[in-house]
Design a protein around this ligand. Sequence first.
Ligand code: FE2
Length: 293
Amino acid sequence: MNQPFSLKPLQKTFGVVVTDLDVRKLDDEAFDALYAVWLEHALLIFPGQHLSNAEQRTFALRFGDLVRGLEAAEISNVHPDGRLRDQPDDDMMKIIRGNMHWHQDNTYMPLQAKGAVFSAKIVPREQGYTAFADMRAAYDALDEPTKQLIAGKAAHHSLAHSQAELGEETKKTGSEYTGYGLNVDDIPLRPLVKIHPETGRKSLAAGRHAYGVPGLSPGESERLIAELNAASVEDPARVYQHSWSAGDVVVWDNRCLMHKAMAWDYAEPRVMLHSRIAGDATSEAALKEPMSP
Ligand SMILES: [Fe+2]
C-alpha cells in the first residue's frame, strides 16, 4: 500500500514518529495504512499538528467510538477561570498526581479503553513529560515460570483503591472531580495477561489500579503485582518519555501500553487535550467470573 507519510521508529521496542502528513486530511486508504502502523508500533507521534478540540475529536473518532464525556477533555492544572491549581488538596491535582504512576486507562471501568488521542496545547518550559511502556515486550521478557504463574490469574482494578493507596483520595461528591471511575459498583476483574484483539499478541496487564488476585492472599497479591509492575519498566528499551512541544499529538494503544504523566513546576500551566477511545465489549470487558486455575 502506498504510504502518504514518513515514519521514523523510536530506538525502542515500540513507537514511531509520523511526519509529512496532516491528520485532518487523511483519506480512507491513508488512514487504513496509518492504523496498520499503529497496531504494529502501538504509539504514533505526530509533531506540530495543532488540532482544535473539534479536529481532535474527529481524528479520534476514526479509531473508534469515544468514551462519553471524554471526547475532547482538557487535562490541566488551570482552573476554568484561569487561576492555577496549586493547592495540594485540589481534587483534579490528586487525580493528575495519581496518574503519575504507571497505568492503563479505564481498567477500573466495566470496559477498558482501546486507546487515546492526546495532544499538547500549553506546555511548561521543562518537564511535564508523558511516559509510555511496552507491555508486549514486557510480557515477552518474563521468564517461563513467571509466565506460567500468571497465565491463569486475574486482578481487580479500582481507581478508588489506587488513589487511596497513594493517599490521594478525592471527594466523591461536591467537587470538580465528580467521581468518574470512583463509584464503580462491580469492581472489574481482568487477566494479568491480555491478548490483543487485533494482533493476537500477549501483553502484561497490571499497573497501578490492579490489586487483589483471587487465589492469593492480599500480601501475596501485593508482592506479585509490585514485581510485575517493576519488571514492566525495568528495561529502558521498553520505555519512552515524550517531551512535549505545543501542537504535538500522540495516539497510544491502551490495550498493550502503560503510560504515566510526569511532574512539572505547577507554577506553570500545562494544558493537554485527551480523547479516550472506547474498548470493544468483546475484548475489553472485565471478566464475568474468576479464571479457573
Ligand atoms: Fe491515563
